[in-house]
Design a binder for this molecule. Structure first.
Ligand code: ATP
Ligand code: MG
Length: 235
């Protein structure tokens, strides 16, 4: 798969010759700012249309079927892609991405509302797990940055996705809280059997959290290629 951008007379090209991510894997793409981490996560989340895509298959644990994502992009089947995305992917945006006019409760419930699932006691359950139970009736602006990140993680897991994709989930919090948030997130994905894909600058933090690191894999200067097989955590 290839994604290229051209802007201001420069080209950015991310090429992924091969990438296999197996169920239950926990991995981090680590690289410099501008190296293409967010671009890669958005491709994997089926948000960003690849420039070229020879093959891109997605087999969500929840339905077991193999979906041909390359073909869906080719035929511009936006409904299929958005259906897969909303059912099987949890996404924590680099910027947090909470809706400012909704309460914490409604932000957490949003991912389930999108797929028409019951929200009864859901926000309460996730808020308890992520130590933000006292924040449920507040709007995001009234929360600390670390609390907002925890709300974003709660929202990304509330609809029982197969894959959690988190873009710099701890970039805006201090090192102590970053470690706590990573511990919470790892604990939850281990318990739920969710595949975790993180992008981060924080090499040491990712290592301590026990994530498999894909380092220097994305190299914007030298033509950037990646050839990685990420093994099944359970095998
Ligand atoms: N919409 C766009 N149009 C043109 N170029 C873009 C666009 N989005 C990103 N780029 C370029 O693609 C490259 C990779 O960007 P990306 O956001 O993936 O990097 P990143 O590794 O996530 O960086 P950071 O660590 O700062 O978040 C950058 O050089 C950026 O300028
Ligand atoms: Mg980024």
């Amino acid at each position: 798969m290839v994604k290229s951008y051209e802007a201001g007379g420069t080209e950015f090209r991310l090429s992924v010759p091969r990438l296999d991510i197996l169920k239950g894997a926990k991995l981090a793409f680590v690289g410099e700012s501008g190296s293409g981490k967010s671009t890669l996560l958005e491709l994997l989340a089926m948000i960003l249309r690849p420039t070229e895509s020879k093959a891109f298959n997605f087999q969500p644990a929840a339905d077991g079927q193999i979906h041909d994502i390359a073909a869906a992009w080719e035929s511009a089947d936006a409904d299929h892609l958005s259906d897969l995305r909303s059912r099987h992917i949890g996404y924590v945006l680099q910027s947090g991405g909470l809706l400012p006019y909704l309460t914490v409760r409604d932000n957490i419930n949003l991912s389930r509302r999108l797929v028409h699932r019951s929200t009864e006691d859901v926000a309460e359950h996730w808020a308890e797990r992520l130590n933000i139970a006292a924040q449920l009736d507040k709007q995001p602006a009234k929360l600390s940055i670390g609390q907002r990140q925890r709300v974003a993680i709660a929202r990304s897991l509330a609809h029982d996705p197969s894959v959690l994709i988190a873009d710099e989930p701890t970039a805006s919090v201090d090192p102590l809280h970053a470690e706590r948030i990573m511990e919470l997130m790892i604990g939850l994905v281990d318990e739920l059997g969710v595949t975790l894909i993180v992008a981060s600058h924080a090499h040491r933090l990712m290592g301590r959290a026990g994530l498999q690191m894909i380092d220097h894999a994305i190299d914007a200067v030298s033509g950037n290629s990646m050839h990685v097989t990420v093994s099944d955590a359970s095998s």
